[in-house]
Design a protein around this ligand. Structure first.
Ligand SMILES: [Ca+2]
Length: 303
């Protein structure tokens, strides 16, 4: 026989078991909810971190642009607007300019002269017969001055002091455009992407250097200037100067002189392309002008 106390004890025991079961279920539910919340939070964080990575990937992609070299104009000087500039350089503290003479511009001459920066007047040293020769770039090397002609495949050699003609030299390049020197060789442009290094003793080619920008040839290399171990070249029909590594021909920087060209054209609507680069090692400045430009601009840039 079971008495009332035993029945009550059984009821309490059963109630406790039911309560424990509910507690376990609730505990499991709470655990599952906690797990779901954690998973949801992880998904949100992963999604956010994925979104924030995308712009980083774009930024870290290799850049295909060449560094732009900025410049400042420090002075400007007058320039004779009849000078169809082909070459510009500084020798013994004097600014020299060589010019060409297109048939349609009857006022132009093929000459070499020094430029008086105060007045803009040209003091002529050499003049070619423009019915035969179109004067191009010049360079001094030791005690001589060398001058290219456009299509005659002939160059002239002068005494660097008296400007008396000492002789001529011939080259196989289709055209002659500009000259500069690295102190060992003469460096010649001919309107292509190739620069020809000439032995100054016999004017024979030593090597040619192909100039590339991001792996692509840079054609129409024009007026040259050698500055602190690099060749700077104007690209014809543009207002750009490219900085060239003389060992591998790679363009390592670019200077955009469009604003100087715009200034020149605002003063003389007949002004043509930028075409003169002359480095002054004393002031560490660069003189820039162009064909029929009314000014020579003295600029400085990091090089
Ligand atoms: Ca030059």
């Amino acid at each position: 026989m079971i008495n009332d106390q035993q029945i009550f004890m059984k009821f309490l025991f059963a109630a406790e078991r039911v309560l424990m079961s509910y507690t376990l279920i609730l505990h499991n539910l709470f655990y599952k909810m906690k797990l779901l919340l954690t998973l949801a939070l992880m998904c949100i964080l992963y999604s956010c971190s994925n979104n924030s990575k995308e712009p980083e990937q774009n930024i870290t992609e290799p850049s295909l642009t060449t560094p732009v070299i900025n410049y400042t104009v420090t002075k400007y000087f007058p320039h004779d607007t009849t000078l169809f500039t082909e070459g510009l350089l500084i020798h013994d503290g004097q600014l020299f300019e060589s010019t060409g003479s297109p048939e349609e511009l009857i006022q132009t001459k093929s000459l070499i002269g020094t430029i008086d920066l105060t007045t803009g007047r040209t003091h002529k040293k050499v003049e070619l017969d423009k019915t035969k020769y179109f004067g191009e770039g010049i360079v001094f090397f030791k005690d001589k001055l060398y001058q290219l002609t456009y299509k005659n495949k002939i160059g002239f050699i002068y005494d660097a002091k008296s400007f008396k003609q000492l002789g001529t030299f011939h080259y196989s390049n289709e055209e002659g455009w500009s000259l500069t020197t690295d102190g060992l060789n003469l460096i010649m442009s001919d309107g292509t992407d190739k620069l020809t290094f000439l032995n100054p003793e016999n004017l024979q080619p030593v090597k040619t250097l192909g100039v590339t920008l991001n792996g692509m040839p840079v054609g129409k290399l024009n007026e040259l200037e050698f500055i602190k171990g690099f060749i700077y070249a104007n690209v014809w029909r543009t207002n750009n100067i490219v900085k060239i590594d003389p060992y591998n021909g790679k363009v390592t920087g670019q200077i955009d002189l469009s604003s100087l060209s715009a200034k020149a054209k605002s003063k003389n609507p007949n002004a043509e392309v930028m075409n003169g680069i002359a480095y002054d090692s004393v002031s560490d400045k660069i003189n820039i002008t162009g064909k029929l430009w009314p000014n020579i601009y003295q600029i400085s840039f990091s090089h």
